[in-house]
Design a protein around this ligand. Sequence first.
Ligand code: HEM
Length: 409
Amino acid sequence: MSESTLPAEDVPLFNPFAEGFAENPYPQYALLRDQAPVHEHPLGFWVVSRYEHVSALLRSGASVEDRNITPGPLSELQQAAGDSASLVEGLSMLDRDPPDHTRLRKLVSKAFTPRSVEALRPRIEQLVDGMLDDIERQGAVDLVPSLAFPLPFAVIAEMLGTPPTDQLRVRELSGLVVRSLEPVVDPELLRAIDEANDELTGLVADMVAWKRKNPADDLFTALVNAEEDGDVLSDDELVAQVLLLYIAGHETTVNLLAGGTLALLRERDQYAALVNDRALVPNAVEELLRYDSPVQQSRRITLEPTTIGGVEIPKGAFVMAVLASANRDERRWGPDADSLRVDREGARHHVSFGAGVHHCLGASLARLEGHVVFDRLVSRFPELALDGEVTWNGRINLRGPETLPVSVR
Ligand code: HEM
């Protein structure tokens, strides 16, 4: 019999509602990898938690389009609350299979090549230096609102060329919208997500009208021009791509910057290693991405019966690939998989940016932001320390600190 069989009653199930999960899901992931690496959840979705299986699933031809899901208890709950269970009505590239995916991704990929991204370095350095100047003046701050959120938000807003907006409102709305990427059973929360989705979609639709009147040399204008061509991008697709970039540009990187700083401050010797040798920073960023994945899960829908780890998953199944668990799988990383080691060899083989055709389009940008932030942080604040209670954002997927109080001396 395969070791990856369906769980019996006494075998653990993925349970994001368990006490303490938001603060530390890793002990549960370890149990799943050992005892139920491929299993079906009573809510009707499947969970895959080992590196080998996660990686194979993401690279397989499995779908991302919701219309291929055989309805189950979770999708019925979500439908009842009016939620489409996907970002921006399923029209963004994240929710489309080839050939639509290929067409949509091609339209924006030029802006994200390593070369185009590298050109942003001076501006990112300038933004980070300004934020660190403010932090130095204050001495003690919450690092989330003073650096981890405003930096990626400013960068993506400038890249797109969005009009001035109420940042806090956008953050509030996108914080709700990204919860459509995780299992939610609370009907009130489901309704709030749906309303936030509508409001944010409306906001971006208004931005499209503004951009038509205020074209510039930016990504948004390039997309508006593609939409005007008609045969490459429809009106709704335009709104969906901008919204995806807008949200993905900051809701993920905030967790790398805040969660990464927290991990380094908790493992003080690793922070000290960077203070002593800043050349380690690029590898440290990969290790931080591995150690605490800013995006904890990805999902696929099987288009045919699919065998993973000896278990047959039926056609039309919603399968959650737990990236964060794969990144801690001792079968892949060895016995010290749970340790943070900024000099870990091969750290970049993590699956934090996914794999296959949907591999994160913004990976070079996220890496660059990480390099600049951690380089500047360790060189300017060698004595950086935690200075109060850390709270978590309570999310299952785009998980990270909500507050991160630190002092710089
Ligand atoms: C896709 C993670 C930053 C834009 C993805 C996926 C993951 C991911 C896991 C794949 C989802 C899947 O396979 O279903 C991350 C992490 C980030 C980050 C951990 C930061 C640390 C960014 C940034 C941007 C961005 C800064 C853009 C400004 C995108 C886009 C996709 C994507 C457009 C969809 C790609 C496709 O479907 O082809 N990201 N991301 N991401 N990401 Fe990121």
